[in-house]
Design a protein around this ligand. Structure first.
Ligand code: MG
Length: 161
């Protein structure tokens, strides 16, 4: 068994879509970033890579590379998972928390789980996504952006389910 932890944060920016867990969330503003700025998926990718001992998202998909401009983070997740599988590891389960004052995360959790489930080839009930606020404290509390945390458990196995 291998455990991995991932964290990410992106600042709000006008004229950007808000993508969380691969889902377009109807909320203004969206998040700034080189890719689609899907902060939840980025945290999950870093947890996956960390568990597998495979550097991190910024090293694998540098934001200086035009290939990754506005790319779907689900595609980055697909590629990261491929590297994990090549290492002979597969995902057991994922737990994650999205931190922001708005939007409310709960109404979108089912859709996010379905999106992530499709890419990870992992049952939705093995993917946990929770929304939290910081009760108006700190940068998320002031509405400056969104943060996400994720832990991933990997086990040695032939390939991902
Ligand atoms: Mg990021």
């Amino acid at each position: 068994m291998r455990i991995g932890f991932g964290f990410d944060a992106h600042r709000f920016a006008p004229d950007r879509k808000l993508i969380l867990g691969g889902v377009l969330v109807p909320h203004m503003p969206g998040l700034a970033g080189h890719s689609d700025a899907d902060v939840l998926t980025h945290a999950i990718i870093d947890a996956l890579l960390g568990a597998a001992g495979l550097s991190d998202i910024g090293t694998l998909f540098p934001d200086s590379d035009p290939e990754y401009k506005d790319i779907s983070s689900l595609e980055l997740l697909r590629r990261a998972l491929g590297q994990v599988a090549t290492s002979g590891l597969r995902v057991v389960n994922i737990d994650s928390t999205v931190v922001c004052e708005s939007p409310r995360i709960g109404p979108h959790v089912t859709a996010m789980k379905e999106k992530l489930s499709g890419v990870l080839q992992l049952a939705p009930d093995l993917i946990s996504i929770k929304g939290k606020t910081t009760e108006k404290m700190g940068f998320t509390g002031r509405g400056e952006g969104i943060a996400a945390y994720a832990v991933v458990l990997l086990e040695e196995g032939a390939s991902s389910r």
